[in-house]
Design a protein around this ligand. Structure first.
Ligand SMILES: [Mg+2]
Ligand SMILES: [Zn+2]
Length: 212
């Protein structure tokens, strides 16, 4: 059975959260308060992006330019991506973030060929329209949970190796076959007794794939 690698974006592939970079530079000062309310559950995920990003006056191109300039990749990820490509191993990026900045970041790294599961955006005269192409009716824990993508790969006959760092990575990690965790996800896996490997560097994942 072939293995597919699904990797979170913010704080896993990137050294810092790219949405936060954009919001710090272009967003309304209220964004951290909006985030706090979202994490508490008083703002649904579908409205979270609207509240934060529709207060931004900058254009799509300006935000993308900023991401190309400031976004920093975590060491070893480009090597993992090249390794997977050479071996014909499916590797996809999976994020609750927005497609336009993920794409700009990956282009900057020469990795625009990676499949991306992200929140879709359309920039219109009335602001940004958001689209949640992998929302799951069954799993409402994050409204737009990533676990439907894990299920898609399982249905395609793959085992799934999941890499992530955050709270919203826990639900897909539970459904994955192998988990590499750092940050908050690592703590949550420990608490829950979920089997995982610590992601110290992406080379750990290459070593794991070598054994498959
Ligand atoms: Mg993350
Ligand atoms: Zn889920």
């Amino acid at each position: 059975m072939s293995i597919a690698v699904l990797c979170d974006f913010d704080d896993t592939i990137t050294q810092e959260n790219v949405a936060h970079l954009i919001l710090d530079r272009f967003g309304d000062k209220s964004w951290r308060e909006v985030r706090r309310q979202f994490l508490e559950g008083s703002i649904p995920p579908e409205q979270y992006f609207e509240r934060q990003f529709n207060l931004i006056g900058a254009t799509r191109a300006e935000m993308q330019g900023y991401v190309r300039e400031k976004g920093r990749v975590r060491d070893g990820f480009p090597a993992l991506a090249r390794y997977c490509r050479q071996r014909g191993i499916e590797l996809a990026v999976i994020t609750l973030g927005l497609d336009f900045y993920v794409q700009a970041f990956l282009e900057q790294q020469g990795l625009e060929w990676l499949p991306v599961y992200a929140v879709g955006t359309r920039f219109t005269e009335d602001g940004i329209q958001f689209d949640f192409p992998y929302a799951s009716k069954e799993c409402r824990s994050w409204g737009i949970c990533k676990c439907s993508v894990v299920e898609r790969y399982h249905q395609g006959g793959h085992r799934v190796l999941y890499i992530g760092d955050g709270r919203n990575d826990l639900c897909p990690a539970r459904k994955s076959d192998v988990v590499y965790a750092r940050g908050e996800l690592l703590e949550l896996c420990k608490k829950e007794g979920l089997a995982f490997q610590e992601l110290r560097e992406f080379q750990n994942v290459i070593d794991e794939l070598e054994r498959h």
